[in-house]
Design a protein around this ligand. Structure first.
Ligand SMILES: Nc1ncnc2c1ncn2[C@@H]1O[C@H](COP(=O)(O)OP(=O)(O)O)[C@@H](O)[C@H]1O
Ligand SMILES: [Mg+2]
Length: 339
């Protein structure tokens, strides 16, 4: 049984401009000990989906359908008390931009101690020892526990945020854009750290990222999200080597590699739609270089090969589309779309 299984989850934000269907029938599962990447451009619902798992969602957010099964319990229907018990201890969330997740007016060690004593119920002596152990685990000198966040570099702040996330030995860690603000060298160090900790502690991890090269570097499985929907999902090696959804093909062209550079990059023209009034049919159709008349209908997320699903009417032609997608001219032809 998967540790986490999100089934057909829908979450809406009620705003003054209308209802934003930020997550619209998304399914995703995370096996024990697996690193899963959740990837897509900004505004596609990744953070919303991740936060739904943690149960910490804004007041304007409503889960309107689906299940979030964690270790046999449905977090959507669980009592607040049961769900709260899981938070930090079983599921922890490392928010986007560690800069903001650490309080600038408290020493880093104080913030770590607070989680250990208040949430973890440890006495101060135990908490101190655990704080030192956590800093060692993430590769920061124990003497730095006395520092304030501004005394840390970006990479150290991200390490400290990871230490916070690991404080109470969770089973599942969700890290939202853990390397986005960092330069490439530090990105790799932080990703290597996440991989090492994942192996040492047998963690399950969800990495939320807009950067598909992060998925290539670190993840076992990937779910590609576009406009509130999971449009392609499977083993990372499968999905990246042979994407079946044009959006995944486009993302691959749009980001530099963490390991090989020298590739010519082409952004996908346009931007993801507003989720208040998204296009009917395939939501990627207005930006897709391969659209056909059928794309006016919404494609279901269907199994293409074992463990690999995609929501596109043209998966039968995927090999041909991949070849065309590798040519940057294919994407340039749609310039002006969505403008
Ligand atoms: N608190 C909120 N209230 C209303 N709409 C929101 C809120 N947070 C996010 N949204 C909307 O939900 C959609 C998905 O946002 P988000 O989950 O942050 O995407 P991502 O993490 O992929 O960038 C966006 O259209 C965004 O405008
Ligand atoms: Mg986000």
């Amino acid at each position: 049984m998967a540790l986490l299984s999100i089934e057909d989850l829908s979450l809406h934000y009620v705003t003054s401009r209308g209802v934003a269907r930020a997550v619209d029938g998304a399914s995703l599962s995370v096996e024990r000990g697996q690193v899963v990447g959740l990837v897509g451009e900004s505004g596609c619902g990744k953070t919303t989906l991740a936060r739904a798992v943690t149960g910490v969602i804004p007041r304007s957010a409503r889960i309107v359908g689906g299940k979030i099964m964690f270790d046999g319990m449905d977090l959507v229907t669980a009592s607040r008390r049961d769900a709260n018990r899981l938070r930090w201890r079983e599921i922890s969330f490392v928010p986007q931009s560690a800069m903001n997740s650490l309080d600038p007016v408290y020493r880093v060690g104080t913030q770590l101690m607070e989680v250990l004593t208040d949430r973890g119920g440890m006495d101060r002596r135990k908490a101190k020892a655990r704080a030192a152990e956590l800093f060692e685990m993430v590769g920061i000198g124990v003497d730095r526990l006395h520092d304030y966040p501004h005394q840390f570099s970006g990479g150290m702040r991200q390490r400290a945020a990871i230490a916070l996330g690991l404080a109470l030995s969770p089973k599942l860690v969700i890290a939202d854009e853990p390397v986005t603000a960092l330069d490439v060298v530090v990105q790799r160090q932080v990703l290597d750290l996440i991989r090492r900790l994942q192996q040492e502690l047998s963690l399950s991890v969800i990495i939320v990222t807009h950067d598909i090269s992060v998925v290539a570097y670190l993840c076992d499985a990937v779910a590609v999200m576009y406009a509130g929907k999971v449009v392609e999902v499977g083993r990372a090696a499968d999905v990246l080597n042979a994407p079946d959804h044009p959006y995944t093909m486009g993302l691959y062209n749009a980001f530099p590699d963490l390991e090989r550079s020298q590739r010519r990059l082409t952004p996908i023209a346009g931007a993801p739609p507003s989720l208040i009034d998204p296009p009917s049919g395939c939501r990627f159709e207005p930006r897709c270089p391969f659209s056909i008349a059928k794309c006016g209908e919404e494609p279901p997320l269907e199994e293409i090969r074992a463990g690999h699903r995609a929501a596109c009417w043209r998966t039968g032609d995927a090999a041909e589309l991949r070849e065309k997608a590798a040519d940057v001219a294919t994407w340039e032809q749609r310039e002006g779309v969505g403008a």
